[in-house]
Write a protein that binds this ligand. Sequence first.
Ligand SMILES: [Zn+2]
Length: 299
Amino acid sequence: MWLKYGVTPNGYLKCVDDVLKGKTNLTCLYCGGKLTAKKGRVKQHHFAHTDETCKPVVSRHKTKQFPGLPMYDRFGIQLPGRELEQLKVLWKEYGSQDILIPRDLISLRWKFRSLMQLAGNEFEFTDLGKIPMGALELARFNQIQEPLLLETWEKYRQAAERATLANYSNIQDYQADLRIYETQLRRILVNSLYFLEVKANGETLYKIGITQRTTDERISEIHQDLKTHYTNITINLLGFWEHRGNVELYFKHRYREFNYRLGKLTEYFKFPDVKLVLNDLYRMEQKVLSEAELELISD
Ligand SMILES: [Zn+2]
């Protein structure tokens, strides 16, 4: 992951997604240097230093240890490309058919990383192992991701605390890591997930999205967006889940083959049987915020 947050003149963090490309008035959280928003077509949008990149940011790019939410926007479980491809092939031939997998087809690394587990003398996919294919149901995805989100938070908190106690010379780097992580965590907690049915010129589409505002406000905006594509539009809210901003991108990954591109809009789908999708969504447990999470979002 790249540097995605900069500090505003008032001291708030701002995401690269919320600024125009080019030079900004934001500064680097690690060194205070000026930032330029890079928003091209190939690399993920990120901030680069307008002048020289500072050491903390260089080292985080090198080790890929920039604070990011686990399994939020990438679902390859950090497997090298070739192994990921092999895993997908096995899923197609065995997992998706509910057939156990012969031992000799299993890479040690998969076993080691808990993507596969023994079932008698053969192997099967674990919940974790199903995530790269998007084969894991949403409810179970939450059960896997939520503890990881909190563990990672704890890791950054402890690192910052240790650095402070031991009076490291780079305390502010650890504090910056923690702040970047907490900003991302806060964002998924304050957002609600919604699922809409859109009837437009006789077609039925579905839309997934997240919002911090009321659904009415969001729906009227969406109406506006769709006017460039359709004339006769009706939108119905099919579901709304509070504090479930974590699910949006996994949903898009899980249902990518049903994605329906509308110009630049990527959040629309056409489902042959929407009931299955609704069941998947409605099986999710209600998100109950812990005390620490409540405190985080009230900051
Ligand atoms: Zn910097």
